[in-house]
Design a protein around this ligand. Structure first.
Ligand SMILES: [Fe+2]
Ligand SMILES: [Fe+2]
Length: 196
């Protein structure tokens, strides 16, 4: 099935032109990891691959350019507004929709929410969220070992996501940074689900 107006090669060429080297390598690795996870959980591998490729497509836009998109109507929640690093998620979803002509709502929402996540995420959103954190090309090996330590156990996807949120919350707290409410809500939801 065609999820975009471009071929995979054309998407990869676009990414090569619009991302820096590290982000380009990361994006290809997220796509491969998302495809592996999709196979593991029995969902559409090609769709996961496309979402992985496009999830950070606006990541290397300047902050001013990202702000312009938001000023022009790309929606962002009040929780995300103080942290400009989160802006690339809604803008990447917007670019996926307008430049790459993605119409699949699951692809678009997985891109939209890959930074902060939200409660009650779908399986597809969880897979893209985890693939972003668990790709082996640019993420540190110790981090991967930590977040994937229980991945092969029962409810391993939620356990891996919980480990991601734990690591994020610890890191923010250690740096005296604020933790937005949705992050805490997702952490609580995952904690209750894996313990419940
Ligand atoms: Fe991102
Ligand atoms: Fe990413």
């Amino acid at each position: 099935m065609d999820y975009t107006c471009l071929t995979t090669t054309e998407i990869i060429n676009w990414l090569r032109k619009n991302l820096n080297e590290e982000r380009y390598i990361h994006s290809l690795a997220v796509a491969d990891t998302a495809k592996d996870f999709a196979k593991r959980f029995g969902i559409d591998e090609e769709k996961a691959y496309i979402a992985g490729l496009l999830h950070d497509c606006a990541k290397c836009f300047s902050t001013d350019k990202l702000k312009d998109y938001i000023d022009q109507g790309v929606e962002i929640t009040p929780d995300e507004l103080p942290n400009y690093k989160t802006y690339h998620a809604p803008v990447s979803a917007y670019i996926a929709k307008t430049v790459f002509k993605v119409t699949d709502e699951e692809i678009l929402s997985s891109i939209r929410w890959h930074t902060v996540g939200h409660t009650n995420m779908s399986l597809f959103e969880k897979i893209i969220f985890l693939a972003d954190k668990a790709e082996p090309k640019t993420r540190p090996a110790e981090y991967l070992e930590y977040i994937l330590k229980d991945f092969d156990r029962e409810d391993g996807l939620n356990k891996a996501l919980l480990a991601c949120y734990k690591a994020t919350i610890k890191s923010l707290a250690d740096r005296n940074l604020t933790i937005c409410t949705p992050t805490i809500d997702v952490y609580n939801e995952l904690l209750n689900s894996v313990e419940g």
